[in-house]
Ligand binder design. Structure first.
Ligand code: DAT
Ligand code: MG
Length: 142
């Protein structure tokens, strides 16, 4: 039998195009059973983005992704709850907002594959690394 779902933390980023809908997005997060444990509103910079999107820096779309992520303030959030990593990914919908169902954050507030309103960690390990990266925790990186 599967154990009770564990309490996890995950990292969410409301991206520059999502800011105008931040209250609605946060409401959806709470309705899904997650809570905001810590948050910060700030601009990102090239260095942290290159680290965060290291799997994409060689892609032809990277310059567009970078300028979008630098185009305004973002809201960085540590979310907490049962099965938080998967729950947030489900609530976000797929990367391409045009393919995201209504009722998902990207389906409601994203525009396309670039302007997709929100980031969420894609695994427990990414969540730990990303929380360390953006909240500068002095914990050992895995
Ligand atoms: P996700 O954000 O769903 O985890 P990802 O990690 O593959 O997706 O990519 C990170 C971001 O990069 C994504 O939110 C938007 C951008 N991106 C990914 N694939 C793209 C593509 N084919 N064209 C344009 N932007 C893309
Ligand atoms: Mg990703």
């Amino acid at each position: 039998m599967k154990e009770m779902q564990e309490i996890q933390e995950t990292l969410a980023i409301i991206k520059p195009d999502g800011i105008k809908n931040a209250i609605k997005i946060i409401e959806m997060i709470y309705k899904a059973g997650l809570t905001v444990k810590k948050y910060e509103v700030r601009m990102l910079d090239e260095e942290i983005l290159k680290e965060h999107y290291s799997h994409l820096t060689d892609k032809p779309f990277y310059p567009k992704l970078e300028s979008y992520m630098l185009s305004g303030e973002v809201i960085l959030m540590i979310l907490e709850g049962k099965n938080a990593v998967e729950k947030l990914r489900e609530l976000m919908g797929p990367t391409d907002s045009t393919k995201a169902p209504k009722g998902t954050i990207r389906g409601e507030f994203g525009t396309d594959i670039t302007y997709n309103a929100i980031h969420g960690s894609d695994s427990e390990l990414s969540a730990i690394n990303e929380i360390n990266r953006f909240f500068n925790k002095k914990q050992k990186r895995i």
